[in-house]
Design a protein around this ligand. Structure first.
Ligand SMILES: [Zn+2]
Length: 147
């Protein structure tokens, strides 16, 4: 995901929303955050597939782990800085489909819908994200919106 805003920067640093290690993972898999995407966020493991990376990046948006988002972004397309909107709550991820992206591929793509709420408004972002292997690890390359 690459949702960015051009809103004036807020002074208070945005702390991660409270998420205990035993909380359900934001990505929607039936596992705790620490056993699922939290492992990747802490650097204890690397996402083995493009879909796992996609899920972990969604979860990183949910917990506002900007460092993880930047280090899993291809250096050719990564922004210098990344702002996450503290008002946006990422509610649910739906994976619509994935091609390639297995441990045996070097490229992959994942289509998904990400449901969010912001100041009482609800919305859905639909995106087709492309991933490639870079230095052995899956990274996010770019995305196109819904056709
Ligand atoms: Zn997860």
């Amino acid at each position: 995901m690459s949702r960015r805003r051009s809103r004036p920067r807020q002074k208070a640093p945005s702390a991660s929303p409270a998420l205990s290690p035993g909380a359900p993972c934001p990505c929607g898999l039936p596992a705790s955050y620490s056993d699922c995407c939290g492992r990747f966020h802490r650097g204890r493991a690397a996402a083995p597939t493009a879909e796992a990376l996609m899920r972990s990046r969604y979860s990183a948006f949910a917990v506002r782990d900007r460092a993880y988002l930047l280090r899993t972004w291809h250096p050719d397309t990564a922004p210098e800085r990344l702002e996450t909107d503290p008002e946006t709550r990422w509610r649910r991820l739906e994976i619509l489909g994935a091609t390639g992206g297995s441990p045996f591929h070097t490229e992959g793509a994942v289509s998904f819908r990400a449901h969010w709420t912001e100041r009482g408004r609800e919305g859905v972002m639909e995106e087709h994200s492309r991933f490639v292997r870079h230095a052995g690890a899956w990274v996010y390359l770019d995305a196109s919106g819904a056709p």
